[in-house]
Design a protein around this ligand. Structure first.
Ligand code: GAF
Length: 383
């Protein structure tokens, strides 16, 4: 990839880049829609990544080229604002804007973006671009910002320029990932620990529905508000409660269920999921992957039936593998309404599984099913 992006840079700008940064996509083993509720998540960076090649200019102009889309975009440093018609420049511009907000005197630059993180697959292709850009700027302008602060800047780029009020998980996983480890992240304190995840004979198999329903970002923001509503109702009696992290199912029985069955279902899923992750981490520490896998299926059920962020394509894939003894666990992953399922599968059974699930899915959904065996890699880095 390094050579490909270097030569693309050369052919567009007729010079070599000062810097190339790689920032990966992510998977999440368990703990979905818990990050913006101050709960825990268990993500990891993977072997699919966004790459940004970049050089500073002597003037104020910004020139961007997205190699995979063969699209150019230009603006200047006095005019950095979200743009409406195409999305990819927003991830870069939103990240650069964070440096301007800090008062860093930035200059114009030329950049080429390339990525093998499939778009719309729920693998955080946008967080990868944001983290790559923030990391590159920190390097180019010697701003010495620590990595967790850079994660927060990348998250702000998504909020302010893409309009998705995402939690911290995706940017954290992309920036902080560590080879063969998952990150057990407390999204309230941002304390984290790396847990080894090198599983003998077991692989992470991603099955891509190849759909991204248009509801995805509007429903995401709606779920956030539904969770907030539940917290507000609980706070009427328990005023020390700050988020769903502090809420129990008894509190929901008492203060949310009587008011709204829908808000109860949404918030109950989150309360259960936070606990499920804590128990799942114990399973992982005890090497009990069967138990962890069962919890992944429970997560899928909750995301589909209670949190209502699944879709028929994701449900098809999770249901298809549910009773397959070679699949320890499976569930939809990420924000929902399309993208991938994550499956923990015995390596020697993958070919057989693909041979049966691919035609079944394509026949039922009239869509292609693609798949990736993901390995866990390091987070954002200069290459
Ligand atoms: C998306 C968001 F970007 C994350 O912050 C997280 O909320 C996830 O959906 C759901 O767990 O990927």
């Amino acid at each position: 990839m390094k050579q490909i992006i270097e030569s693309a840079f050369y052919s567009v700008y007729n010079s070599s880049p000062n810097l190339i940064v790689r920032s990966p996509g992510r998977v999440n083993i368990i703990g979905e829609h818990t990050d913006y509720n101050n709960g825990f998540v268990l993500p990891a960076a993977i072997d699919k990544a966004a790459y940004i090649a970049i050089s500073l200019r002597d003037d104020d102009e910004i020139h961007l080229f997205a190699k995979d889309l063969n699209e150019h975009f230009s603006t200047d440093i006095h005019n950095i604002k979200p743009i409406g018609d195409i999305s990819w420049p927003n991830y870069i511009l939103g990240s650069v804007a964070q440096f301007q907000k800090l008062g860093v005197q930035i200059r114009g630059f030329n950049a080429v973006l390339a990525s093998d993180v499939p778009m719309g697959a729920g693998l955080s292709s946008s967080a990868a671009v944001e983290c790559a850009t923030v990391f590159a700027f920190n390097q180019l302008f010697n701003t010495n910002i620590d990595k967790v602060k850079m994660v927060l800047m990348a998250q702000k780029a998504e909020h302010e320029f893409a309009g998705v009020m995402c939690g911290i998980m995706d940017q954290f996983a992309s920036m902080m990932g560590k080879k063969d480890h998952v990150i057990q992240l407390d999204c309230q304190s941002l304390e984290y620990k790396y847990v080894p995840f090198k599983l003998e004979g077991i692989k992470i198999l991603l099955l891509n529905t190849n759909v991204k329903h248009s509801l995805a970002s509007s429903e995401y923001n709606t779920r956030r508000n539904e969770c907030k509503q539940a917290v507000t109702w609980v706070q009427e009696k328990y005023n020390s409660v700050q988020s769903l992290r502090d809420v129990s199912e008894q509190m929901l029985d008492e203060l949310v269920l009587p008011k709204s069955k829908l808000i109860d279902q949404r918030s109950r899923f989150v309360v259960q999921e936070i606990q499920r992750l804590i128990n799942g981490c114990e399973d992982l520490n005890n090497g009990n992957l069967e138990a962890l896998g069962k919890k992944m299926f429970e997560t899928h059920h909750g995301l589909s039936q209670m949190y209502a962020v699944s879709c028929k394509e994701l449900d098809f894939l999770a249901d298809f593998v549910r009773h397959n003894p070679a699949v320890l666990g499976a569930r939809m992953m990420g924000g929902g309404f399309g993208g991938c399922t994550i499956n923990l599968v015995y390596e020697n059974a993958i070919d057989e599984l693909i041979a049966s699930i691919q035609p079944a899915y394509e026949n039922a959904m009239q869509l292609p099913l693609t798949y990736y065996v993901a390995s866990i890699e390091n987070g954002t880095e200069i290459i």
